[in-house]
Ligand binder design. Structure first.
Ligand SMILES: Cc1ncc(COP(=O)(O)O)c(C=O)c1O
Length: 228
């Protein structure tokens, strides 16, 4: 089972009791778990990250944790991540990677080491900025008639239900899917969103709030003006 919390694309965070229950279920049913903890430091309000093998230590022998520097340290593109799990699996993964990609660029590894050796003060600053931007984006999206949107709990995405914008006239065009709607929005108002089809969730759209406040307001306002 692949488990992601905080989640991309929904921006949701599983509560502790559910993470524990899922972990206990996996142990009982002998299911291996890969848990992707890359957004562990990006949660908002009362929502808190919890790690499944920490809550359910009996899971450790059938669990892999994956994580990396991309989100916590805003180091997307440096291509450094890590995996924690049983030794034999780590050995096999290392052998596989050494033949598949040789190694992670040394300069990236040194930069990542500097990041993980430091404190988390920069992350805490970024988390405040993300919390503000997520709330702002959620508020703006929620003003569009027919659109519903959960307030983001973690990561940096809003994932509104855009199905109310389909099958109706928008400036002389009609979108029959969020894939088509994303294309129209990109072509006509130059804003990039990821259609829910990319995640097996047609009718939804993923909005990233990992960008500056002014650009965020400008982008969402263009969509509001476009569809109204
Ligand atoms: C859930 C999740 N895991 C992992 C990653 C990968 O990050 P990277 O390949 O940049 O380390 C992403 C990036 O979007 C993500 O959303």
């Amino acid at each position: 089972m692949l488990f992601v919390s905080p989640d991309n694309p929904s921006g949701s965070v599983y509560p502790e009791a559910e993470v524990r229950a899922i972990g206990e279920w996996a142990v009982k049913n002998n299911v291996w778990v890969i848990t992707d903890e890359i957004y562990e430091h990006l949660t908002y309000g009362e929502h808190k990250f919890t790690s499944m093998p920490t809550l359910v230590p009996e899971l450790a022998n059938q669990c892999l944790i994956v994580n990396g520097v991309a989100k916590t340290y805003a180091m997307t593109g440096w291509r450094v991540g890590w995996m924690i799990g049983p030794k034999d699996i780590m050995k096999a993964a290392t052998n596989f990677q050494s033949h598949a990609t040789s190694n992670v660029a040394n300069v990236s590894q040194v930069a990542a080491l500097a990041a993980v050796s430091g404190d988390l003060s920069a992350v805490h600053m970024m988390r405040e900025a993300f919390a503000r931007r997520g709330a702002l984006m959620h508020k703006m999206l929620s003003t569009i008639p027919g659109v519903t949107c959960m307030e983001p709990q973690g990561a940096f995405y809003c994932f509104p239900n855009f199905s109310g914008l389909l099958h109706r006239d928008i400036k002389g065009k009609t979108a029959n899917s969020t894939l088509e709607l994303a294309d129209m929005i990109l072509t006509d108002v130059n804003v990039a969103i990821v259609p829910g089809e990319a995640f097996g969730a047609p009718g939804f759209a993923r909005f990233s709030f990992a960008l500056g406040d002014d650009d965020l307001v400008d982008g969402i306002q263009r969509i509001i003006d476009y569809v109204k």
